[in-house]
Structures are given as structure tokens and as C-alpha cells.
Design a protein around this ligand. Structure first.
Ligand SMILES: Nc1ncnc2c1ncn2[C@@H]1O[C@H](COP(=O)(O)OP(=O)(O)OP(=O)(O)O)[C@@H](O)[C@H]1O
Length: 364
């Protein structure tokens, strides 16, 4: 998969700019604060309907503008796809090949993308929600139904929480909460199944990649913990009982204590939790490994590699890991956009773009 053209209108510090990208490596070079990341963010937004930096579209609008427009022409092995995203008056309209989409899930995953930045270390250092987010973002690209599943589940969670918090909770009939629990089980077990499936597939690919990254000295193990249990069948069969057991506690604490919204992914390096024991370098290797595993899984399923966006990551990796990543990209012919400042490492190949104050010039 590749992006051919991108047009940004009134998006961040771009008023109206069109960029033609090339297959292989595209390097966006410029000083700090010139607009390199904004290009990456524009592509990510176009493909996923979300920014990874901000929650609200308002911040993406060029100063004092009321609408932005993004257009992208993409190539897949057998066809072309054009995507368009228009934000105006707090509404967004997305079109695939000029046809408006009703829902996010109608276009997410049309063209796949993997984004990698130094902030991804939160996958290891951060709390369980970061690891769940990582899984959910990947699944959403591959199985559009996962987004509606999460939405339905979150709605039920909100409703059950509101009930638990309401003044009436203490005098509630248990049957009312049981109704919400049935919904939590219905949606929750499918969310768990999707996440477990992805974690297993990630593990199968990551094992080999991490072996290479650590010269076969270390072993990475990634396991989904469903409702605190490594055994998925057991977790799902005990789900109703667990909800029943915690009901009193939920009423007392006025929060939903059981369900996949509290699950985690256990990441072990040589059988020890990476969050607590892995060094900074090892944690970076784990993130790099998981990102490469994601690329590989998308290729296995779609028979094409996704577009890879690397924002400021190269300078964060040591020579060995950087070379490993670059070899992977080049040998697999993955179209990759890399942001960097001119003071950083020298790359042998790739098309160079200079980014300065919202203007872009391609090196001839
Ligand atoms: N909504 C906006 N409207 C106009 N300009 C904006 C908006 N949001 C951010 N900017 C500007 O965009 C610039 C930052 O762009 P970006 O994050 O792409 O920088 P960068 O080139 O990646 O820098 P670095 O190397 O420091 O990461 C800043 O100058 C900022 O003022």
C-alpha cells in the first residue's frame, strides 16, 4: 500500500499544500516546529479518522479557520483509492472514492497504516489502558466491526456506571443490574476474543523478531490477561459468576469492576515483567518488535504491507536497531515516511523533502 498524493488545506500550519510521495523511503527533513509531524498526522487522520495527538478536531484547524480538508490518493496492488476528509462546523464528512461514508468503520482499514513514535514507549511503561489501546487500534484496522463492538460496550458501561452512581443504586433491584451485566457479557466476550486472537498472532511473529533484535539472547512473551486470567476459555466461562461475585462491591464503590475495560496485556522479557525490569533500551526494542510484528500481520492478512509512519524515532534507536529497522523496511519495500531534523543520522536511500514553515520542497 502506498500514498501517492496528499493535499492539506487549512490543516495545522498548512494553508494549501500538495505533496507527491514516492515508493520506498520518504524523508521529511526540517528544523523543529516546521510542520514535519503535521504531515504525518494528516495522513494518519485521513486513514483512521482520528489524530493521535489531540481529541478534538478544533486543534487541527489552521489558526482562525473554520474548516479543513484533506485529500489523499492511495495505491494498492490491484486498485487505487482516493480518500477525502472534510471538517466543518464540528462535523466531518469522509468520502472514499467520492462516496460519502456513514460511519468510521466504513473507511477505517481501507488503507492500513502503522504509526511509530517515541511516545509508543507508553505501551510498556504506561498502564493497561495503553496496551488495550494498542490492540484495539490494530484490530479496528483489520476488523471494522471491532469499533462498533467497543462503542456498544462503552455505552453499556456508561449506563451501568450511571446506575451504580445514581442515588437509587442502593435500593436497586439486582435484576436491573443483571440486565446490564448480560450486555456486558455479550459484547465483552467478543472484545476479549478479538484481543486474544491478535495477541496470539503477535506473539507468534514477535518471538522471531525479538530473537533477532537481541541476538537470540532474550525471550519476549506477550499474553492477553482476560478478566485477570491467562486462560481465555476459563475467563469467558467464569465471566457471569465474576460479575455476580463483584456486584456488592460494585454497588459500594459505584463503578464497574469486571470486564475487558480492565484487562491488560502481560509483556514479559525473560519471564520478568518488562515494565518493571527491562532497561530503557530493551523497552524500545520491545516496542520496535511489536510494531514490526504488526506490519507483518497486516501483510499476512492483506497480502500487502501497510504504510509506515516513523515520527522522530530513528534518533531514539541505537545503530544496531536502526539498521535492523531500515533493512526490514528496504527489503520488504514498505513505503515509509520518516521525519527527522537535518542534524540527525544520514540515510543512504530515500526521497528527501525539506519542510520549512509549512512549505515543502522536494530535493531534485
Ligand atoms: N492549528 C494550527 N494552526 C497553525 N499552526 C499550527 C497549528 N498547530 C500547530 N501549528 C504549528 O505547527 C508547528 C509544529 O509542527 P510540527 O509538530 O509538525 O513540527 P515538526 O516539524 O514535526 O517539529 P519537531 O521537529 O519539533 O517535532 C508549530 O510551529 C506550531 O505552531
Amino acid at each position: 500500500m502506498m500514498i501517492n498524493n496528499l493535499r492539506l488545506q487549512n490543516f495545522r500550519n498548512y494553508q494549501d499544500v500538495t505533496i507527491k510521495f514516492m515508493p520506498g523511503i520518504n524523508i521529511l527533513m526540517g528544523d523543529n516546529g516546521q510542520g514535519k509531524t503535521n504531515i504525518i498526522e494528516g495522513i494518519y487522520y485521513l486513514l483512521t479518522g482520528k489524530s493521535y495527538r489531540v481529541q478534538r478536531e478544533q486543534e487541527l484547524l489552521h489558526w482562525d479557520q473554520s474548516e479543513f480538508h484533506l485529500f489523499g490518493d492511495f495505491l494498492m496492488a490491484h486498485h487505487k483509492v482516493s480518500l477525502e476528509s472534510h471538517y466543518k462546523d464540528k462535523r466531518k464528512i469522509v468520502k472514499v472514492n467520492q462516496v460519502p461514508c456513514q460511519r468510521l468503520s466504513d473507511f477505517v482499514g481501507t488503507i492500513n497504516v502503522i504509526f511509530f513514535s517515541p511516545d509508543d514507549l507508553v505501551m510498556i511503561k504506561g498502564g493497561p489502558s495503553e496496551r488495550r489501546r494498542f490492540l484495539d487500534l490494530h484490530i479496528a484496522q483489520m476488523r471494522p466491526g471491532h469499533v462498533s463492538l467497543l462503542n456498544s460496550y462503552n455505552k453499556v458501561l456508561q449506563q451501568k456506571s450511571a446506575l451504580l452512581k445514581s442515588f437509587a443504586a442502593k435500593s436497586l433491584k439486582y435484576s436491573q443490574l443483571q440486565l446490564w451485566n448480560e450486555q456486558i457479557i455479550k459484547y465483552g466476550q467478543n472484545i476479549i476474543r478479538n484481543r486474544v486472537e491478535l495477541t496470539k498472532r503477535l506473539q507468534s511473529v514477535a518471538d522471531n523478531i525479538y530473537g533477532n533484535l537481541s541476538s537470540q539472547k532474550e525471550k519476549l512473551k506477550v499474553t492477553y490477561m482476560a478478566l485477570g486470567n491467562k486462560n481465555i476459555d476459563e475467563a469467558i466461562s467464569k465471566f457471569p459468576q465474576l460479575l455476580d461475585d463483584k456486584l456488592e462491591q460494585e454497588i459500594d464503590r459505584q463503578m464497574v469492576l469486571v470486564g475487558p475495560h480492565r484487562d491488560d496485556v502481560q509483556i514479559l522479557l525473560n519471564d520478568k515483567p518488562a515494565r518493571l525490569y527491562a532497561s530503557q533500551g530493551q523497552q524500545r526494542s520491545i516496542v520496535l518488535c511489536l510494531k514490526l510484528a504488526e506490519l507483518e500481520l497486516i501483510r499476512q492478512e492483506k497480502e500487502e504491507y501497510p504504510i509506515l509512519l516513523l515520527d522522530d524515532v530513528l534518533s531514539e534507536l541505537d545503530r544496531f536497531r536502526r539498521d535492523y529497522l531500515m533493512n526490514f523496511i528496504e527489503s520488504s519495500r514498505i513505503q515509509t515516511l520518516i521525519t527527522m531534523t537535518s542534524a540527525e543520522i544520514h540515510l543512504e536511500s530515500g526521497t528527501l523533502y525539506f519542510v520549512e514553515k509549512g512549505h515543502i520542497r522536494r530535493e531534485q
